[in-house]
Design a protein around this ligand. Structure first.
Ligand SMILES: Nc1ncnc2c1ncn2[C@@H]1O[C@H](COP(=O)(O)OP(=O)(O)OP(=O)(O)O)[C@@H](O)[C@H]1O
Length: 321
């Protein structure tokens, strides 16, 4: 378990993390989301004792990181720019880490095989691709078989096979009962990986909720239906109190939209009234839509064109703007 209580970090006048209080629980994957500069890396660095909080505290398994005698056996971490000694081979890099944490030598070979780097164990990481470097970082995190794992952008630079592998690994680590805390800007990937979300914006907590709850609260889902006999469909929907509005945006093509999932009600009504339907589908709100909506106010760096596009999309979704 990771506990953050009133965690705050100021760099001069800039408050990077502001009174962050939350618990990251074992047995599930907790995603850590926030726009660029929101304070995710700073928070992770404070959990790992690499930065000192200005106020508040971060505890891992009930203790500050600095009080752990063999930290790699409690917390394993992959941070964005991990330093690797240029003169050491992958094997020796891991062996040095192992020896400083009372981890047996045989574990080094095990984790290299686990991450798929067994064949390049004798090579120096400076020649590694971005993806191989990420795998070596993950091997370091797993070295001490820790109860807590922290991954900052773990799929950065990985190819589709590598992304798939990391996703399965992360899910498996959580299923084993470990605490897994992972940040990523790839919303589609996060949607497939995380059970729970902690979202921050400008250093402050914006949401601490389940993945499903987050999407439900922050994005709209709707049912789209179209028929060659649009007027009769509209009348039929109105007659049973189903509110439909003309669909807008690309691909709308004379279709009607209803709030939420009404596919069963609309399908049964169409069958009963002998109405031909050309389309009937439930559009599930995506994590990306929910995230953009929630964090719109707290984006630190926003490109002009994109912001316009996003406002347009928000208007089309009836979010205002
Ligand atoms: N050493 C530092 N000195 C001054 N300001 C810093 C320092 N480290 C981070 N910051 C600032 O603190 C804020 C939070 O940065 P942080 O890197 O934690 O955000 P992040 O959410 O990880 O961003 P990204 O998604 O871009 O990696 C930013 O405004 C950043 O410029």
């Amino acid at each position: 378990m990771i506990e953050l209580a009133g965690l705050t970090k100021r760099y001069g006048l800039k408050t990077a993390v502001r009174e962050l209080t939350c618990v990251i629980r074992p047995g599930q994957v907790t995603g850590f989301l926030g726009p660029n500069g929101a304070g995710k890396s700073t928070t992770m660095r404070m959990i790992l004792g690499l930065d000192h909080p200005t106020a508040g505290r971060a505890l891992v398994e009930g203790r500050p990181y600095a009080r752990l005698t063999e930290p790699l056996t409690v917390v394993g971490a992959l941070l964005e720019a991990r330093a690797v000694h240029p003169g050491r081979t992958a094997f020796h890099h891991l062996l040095c880490l192992a020896q400083s944490n009372g981890i047996p030598r045989r574990r080094v070979g095990q984790v290299l095989d686990l991450v798929g780097l067994g064949e390049v164990a004798a090579k120096r990481p400076k020649g590694f691709s971005l993806g191989m470097g990420q795998r070596l970082g993950i091997a370091s995190a797993l070295l001490g078989d820790p109860r807590i794992l922290i991954f900052d952008e773990p799929v950065n630079g990985l190819d589709p096979e590598g992304i798939h592998w990391v996703r399965n690994l992360i899910r498996r680590l959580a299923a084993e009962g470990r605490t897994v805390f992972v940040s990523s800007h790839l919303m589609s990937e996060m949607a497939l990986t995380a059970d729970h979300l902690i979202v921050i914006g400008q250093g402050q907590l914006l949401a601490d909720t389940s993945m499903a709850g987050f999407i439900e609260e922050n994005a709209r889902s709707y049912t789209r239906v179209s028929s060659p006999d649009r007027e009769r469909l509209m009348d039929a929907l109105n007659s049973v109190g189903l509110v439909a509005t003309p669909a807008t945006g690309p691909g709308a093509d004379g279709a009607l939209d209803l709030e939420g999932d009404q596919t069963v009600a609309v399908g049964e009504l169409a069958a009963e009234r002998r109405l031909v339907l050309h389309e009937l589908c439930h559009h599930r709100a995506s994590l990306e839509e929910a995230f953009m909506r929630l964090t719109r106010q707290s984006v630190e760096y926003q490109a002009g064109d994109d912001a316009e596009g996003r406002r347009g999309a928000a208007n089309r979704q009836g979010w205002g703007g």
